[in-house]
Ligand binder design. Structure first.
Ligand code: MG
Length: 393
């Protein structure tokens, strides 16, 4: 069953004491970027609709472009209540059979949380993330007098993702709208229909950012599992060759001869791939994409970069930042630098500020100075986490 996600990012931040919690920095990127990166990494989710506020629209669009993995289909403006926002998001999703609803203020969600919810909902129709309560719960009256103690074993604290068969969720929203009923989560609307809803395990760390203290807590949870940072370098050079198309950093540069090579000879992207592989201790580009392999003949090197990111992800590693320099006597590269950064950042799921590309010349010295070809140097910082025993720390 095809699946999509409505990512809620329209909430006001009443309890944050100024500033918008979804745009607040958390471990180097905005809170919202974390959920988007988890969605980008979840293979089962094909499309994402972000429900945002008019005020945040431009900022959310930038985050979507750099962290959405190309899955964000639309930004829609939220309604007065959470329920209206979900309805607006639902209307914008095209043909998917399963819909995950996720609160953008829960940045510690992982791709596996979405996968688990989708699997349960595929079978049962409605599945919501929840965890047993740690604290004992009391019911109280308006004067804080205790009325009773509900049995803790029967209670679950529920979160998002909440995943539903589309038909069921749409029916629940229609019924609620017709009856003028509102609820604080989507499951409650499905429960009203008398349809079954099942709780699947949510991790305790999938917390909701509500106060400034929650941000500190999330930051320290991320820091505790942050692993170690490794650096890698990559250097590549290709000769000019008449009749070839020039591609650098995934961007086609018109009106200039290209570079000779087995793939598209994108020397900048190759240097970055080598830097990433180096940082992760995975050898070099030739081992992973052999020049004789017919699969890579004329290949778009951005695809190789995406595959490299996937290789790193298998080890629990991910790129944190890239800095690169292209040495070219000609053509003039400045007009293309921003487009290169955008393509490279998109392929790596990084925000734009973490991908830097510079261009320089060799001052007419040596082979590069005689414009026989182009050389690129790259430095990659890679975060290697302790998952899967991928690091010796
Ligand atoms: Mg090369």
């Amino acid at each position: 069953m095809s699946a999509g996600c409505v990512l809620l990012a329209a909430g006001r931040s009443a309890r944050m004491g100024g500033g918008d919690k979804l745009l607040a920095p958390l471990a180097g990127r905005p809170v919202l970027a974390h959920s988007l990166a988890a969605l980008a990494a979840c293979d089962e989710i094909a499309q994402v609709i972000i429900v945002t506020s008019a005020a945040n629209r431009a900022a959310v669009a930038r985050i979507a472009a750099s962290c959405g993995g190309g899955k964000v289909r639309a930004l829609v403006t939220g309604g007065a209540e959470r329920q209206d926002s979900v309805a607006a998001g639902l209307a914008a999703l095209s043909n998917v059979e399963l819909i995950a609803i996720h609160d953008g203020a829960r940045p510690l969600v992982e791709a596996a949380d979405f996968s688990a919810g989708l699997e349960a909902a595929r079978e049962l129709g409605a599945a919501i993330a929840g965890a047993p309560l740690i604290d004992t719960v009391k019911r109280v009256d308006a004067d804080e007098r205790v009325l009773g103690t509900p049995p803790r074993a029967e209670l679950r604290a529920v979160a998002t993702p909440q995943v539903f068969r589309r038909e069921l969720l749409e029916r629940a929203h229609r019924a609620a709208a017709a009856d003028g009923v509102s609820a604080t989560d989507d499951a409650a609307l499905v429960e009203r229909l008398g349809e079954p809803v099942v709780v699947y395990p949510s991790r305790r760390r999938n917390l909701k950012i509500t106060t400034a203290d929650d941000l500190l807590l999330a930051e320290s949870l991320l820091g505790a599992s942050a692993g170690v940072q490794r650096a890698g370098i990559g250097i590549d050079a290709h000769r000019f060759k008449a009749g070839r198309r020039l591609v650098l950093g995934g961007v086609g540069i018109p009106d200039h001869e290209g570079l000779d090579g087995h793939s598209d000879a994108d020397v900048l992207t190759h240097a970055i791939i080598d830097a990433l592989l180096g940082a992760a201790g995975l050898g070099d580009i030739g081992q992973h994409f052999p020049p004789g392999d017919p699969r890579w003949a004329g290949a778009d090197s951005i695809l190789l970069l995406r595959r490299t990111a996937a290789l790193l992800a298998e080890l629990g590693a991910r790129a944190e930042s890239i800095d690169a320099t292209v040495i070219a006597e000609r053509p003039r590269l400045r007009p293309y630098i921003e487009a290169m950064r955008a393509r490279l950042a998109d392929a790596l799921g990084l925000e734009l500020a973490r991908v830097n590309v510079k261009a320089t010349t060799a001052e007419r010295m040596g082979a590069l100075g005689r414009a026989e070809g182009i050389q690129a140097h790259a430095l990659a910082n890679v975060r290697v986490t302790l998952r899967n025993g991928a690091t010796d720390g």
